[in-house]
Design a protein around this ligand. Structure first.
Ligand code: C5P
Length: 238
């Protein structure tokens, strides 16, 4: 049985490259992340194809707009069959609550399993300089991530995306049933690329993450399958 905790990011701009990676990884990986680059290039057929291969899909489109627009957008995406959808917590409580309520209503009305809805807290690429540059120098970033996590939970969302460095405090304060999805995962010795708040796969799991989103460390590896197997082995030993 494949370990669902590894979500591989299909950050490609065409269907063939995405399909090749999924084929290469085979039965060992069942969860994939489809983000803006792939979805905007290829559209809904990538989600339909992944579902036809019995894969799970995190459709990472990071919606952020007024409540009615986000809720309507999510309902449309739900009908594609994604297992996880997301919004930005910075869109505010009313946006998140409207989105969660409408998604649940629409799922019930349509007789489909409601996807998990999670919120982006603060992007894992944001470092101190970026943070201060946005005018938040008086605000502690970790406290803000935690604040967003609690706000998302209060609005009825299922979990958050956060950096692995904030998983522990979120797990402690939001409880066992709140999903924590962490990108910014870098196995020992790999490049951090444009990420900033990164961690090892085993540490992220140990600190409470339910899912790890891994892109370049697998996609750009000389042997992507081996890179995925190494991460699966590492988290299997936690
Ligand atoms: O290549 P890498 O492992 O850095 O990819 C991480 C993936 O997770 C990217 O697709 C990125 O869009 C996504 N992500 C992120 N930070 C977030 C949410 C999603 O890096 N807060």
């Amino acid at each position: 049985m494949a370990d669902e905790r590894l979500i591989v990011a299909l950050d490609f701009n065409n269907f063939e490259d995405a399909k090749n990676l999924v084929d290469t990884l085979g039965d060992d990986v069942i969860f994939y992340k489809v983000g803006m680059e792939l979805f905007y290039s290829v559209g809904e057929r990538i989600v339909e194809w992944l579902k036809s291969q019995n894969k799970k899909v995190f459709l990472d489109l990071k919606l952020n707009d007024i409540p009615n627009t986000v809720a309507g957008g999510l309902c449309s995406l739900m009908h594609l069959g994604a297992d996880i959808l997301n919004v930005h917590a910075s869109g505010g409580f009313t946006m998140m609550k409207t989105a969660a309520d409408r998604l649940h209503e629409e799922a019930e009305k349509s007789g489909i399993v409601c996807p998990k809805l999670i919120a982006i807290t603060v992007l894992t690429s944001i470092d101190r300089d970026d943070w201060n540059g946005m005018g938040y120098d008086k605000i502690d970033m970790t406290q803000q991530v935690l604040h967003f996590a609690k706000l998302a939970q209060f609005a009825g969302l299922d979990g958050v995306v956060s950096s692995p460095q904030e998983s522990k405090i979120i797990r402690d304060q939001c409880g066992e049933n709140f999903l924590i999805v962490t990108p910014g995962i870098r196995p020992a010795g790999s490049d951090i690329d444009d990420q900033s708040r990164v961690s090892l796969p085993s540490y992220a799991i140990r600190d409470g993450a339910n899912y790890l989103v891994v892109g370049r460390p697998i996609r750009a590896a000389e042997n992507p399958k081996q890179a995925a197997l190494d991460i699966l082995k590492e988290i299997g030993e936690v």
